[in-house]
Design a protein around this ligand. Structure first.
Ligand SMILES: Nc1ncnc2c1ncn2[C@@H]1O[C@H](COP(=O)(O)OP(=O)(O)O)[C@@H](O)[C@H]1O
Ligand SMILES: [Mg+2]
Length: 378
């Protein structure tokens, strides 16, 4: 058995909340971190060796990467040319730069699923608005920007011909609107040896009226057959990519029992926050294990959980305060994570709350209480 050599530096591109929770997990393994982020006050800025600079700039990423031994990301919008050069120079970069590049554009992502027979909603690639206009037959459809859309920006539903004038006027795609029954996510991990683990599927619960994701629930309430099918698809995606690190696979489950891949993210993911409290190994620790070629950890669920994103309250912009904090942390099973962002603005991700409870009714009630009680205000 070789000893665990800690004489290296792990560089993270991006210093947001995902990086912050990665550092939190890395402390247990005594891993030395360096972080690059354009915001001098990023959530990671005071927690690791911090470099301030642009993630999309070749020279900045090169200069940062040269000081590190292993490099990973917590956001996909990074300069992959620099990462490729760093690989040629002998640095380990996980996930691999070519995979980051594939995922940066929804068009190449969807084409990849199609080429490898990974089930996904039918689609066509589109160059501009005029191009979208000719696909009346696909409606109702979802129009997506190829690049740089996230958290719902860059995605719009085109229901009827009258909506076509709204189509994005940049390269993107048009895909069939899937009247899905559930939206789920599975996080899989793979190390250099090719070992793969997967976390139980989680489910996004939508608000019945506002149609916004209310909270996330783990494990997803699915039949054993669908549970297994979804897991085998998620594993197929990471195996086909031969990716190293963790990969979140977002999927739709239809009434007919079909499972379709929506999109993937090669990094810790919003749908895996609850693994910190609810699973034996958190997604963050699993990512570290995967990219450092350590044995992968036990993904077992200890208790059912719910996760609520803590977003900036509409109408409040300025220095953040947390109303209802004591009321919610008093409840058994409630764990609050604040991301260390000084300023709040409407809908900014300021933190999240994990709730664990073996009783599913009580779990949902607590999640609803948390959502109604804890507010980010100024
Ligand atoms: N083909 C589709 N049919 C129905 N709903 C969709 C479809 N594609 C996306 N959506 C909805 O839009 C949301 C955002 O789309 P997604 O491609 O995941 O973009 P983002 O990068 O913003 O997360 C999804 O979580 C899902 O609720
Ligand atoms: Mg998404």
């Amino acid at each position: 058995m070789k000893p665990f050599n800690q004489n290296f530096k792990l560089g993270v591109l991006g210093g947001g909340q995902l990086g912050r929770m990665l550092i939190q997990a890395g402390i247990d393994f005594n891993i030395p971190f360096a972080v690059l982020d354009p915001d001098p006050n990023a959530p990671c800025s005071s927690l690791a060796e911090f470099h301030c600079g642009k993630l999309t700039d070749y020279d900045t990423v090169m200069k940062f990467g040269e000081t590190c031994d292993v490099i990973t990301i917590e956001i996909e919008n990074v300069n992959t040319s620099a990462l490729k050069t760093l690989v040629r120079q002998g640095k380990k970069v996980y996930p691999q730069p070519s995979i980051i590049e594939l995922i940066q554009d929804k068009r190449t992502q969807k084409t990849f699923y199609q080429e490898h027979k990974i089930p996904t909603a039918d689609f066509v690639l589109t160059k501009n608005r005029e191009d979208v206009m000719q696909y009346k037959k696909i409606l109702p459809a979802v129009n997506k920007l190829g690049r740089e859309g996230y958290d719902g920006r860059g995605v719009q539903i085109l229901r009827s011909e009258a909506d076509l004038v709204k189509a994005f006027d940049s390269p993107g795609l048009l895909e069939k609107l899937i009247p899905f029954e559930k939206e789920i996510a599975i996080i899989v991990a793979r190390n250099e040896k090719g070992e793969v683990t997967s976390y139980p599927a989680v489910e996004m619960i939508f608000h019945p009226v506002q149609n916004l994701v209310e909270y996330l629930f783990a494990p997803a309430q699915l039949s054993p057959a669908i549970f297994q099918l979804a897991e085998s698809i998620a594993r197929k995606v990471i195996d086909t990519l031969e990716m190293i690190g963790i990969l979140a696979v977002e999927m739709f489950v239809t009434k007919e029992g079909e499972v379709l891949v929506n999109e993937i993210a090669p990094r810790p993911h919003n749908s895996g926050h609850q693994t910190i409290e609810a699973n034996v190994t958190s997604q963050y620790e699993q990512h570290l294990r995967a990219i450092l070629n350590l044995p992968l950890g036990d993904t077992k669920l200890i208790q059912p959980s719910a996760m609520v994103n803590l977003l900036g309250e509409p109408g409040h912009s300025g220095v953040a305060r947390y109303e209802g904090f004591e009321e919610v942390i008093r409840i058994p099973g409630v764990h609050v994570h604040l991301y260390g962002k000084q300023f709040t603005k409407p809908f900014r991700k300021m933190g999240h709350v994990t709730i664990v409870d073996s009783d599913l009714v009580s779990l949902k009630n607590k999640a609803t209480f948390v959502k109604q009680t804890l507010k980010v205000i100024t």
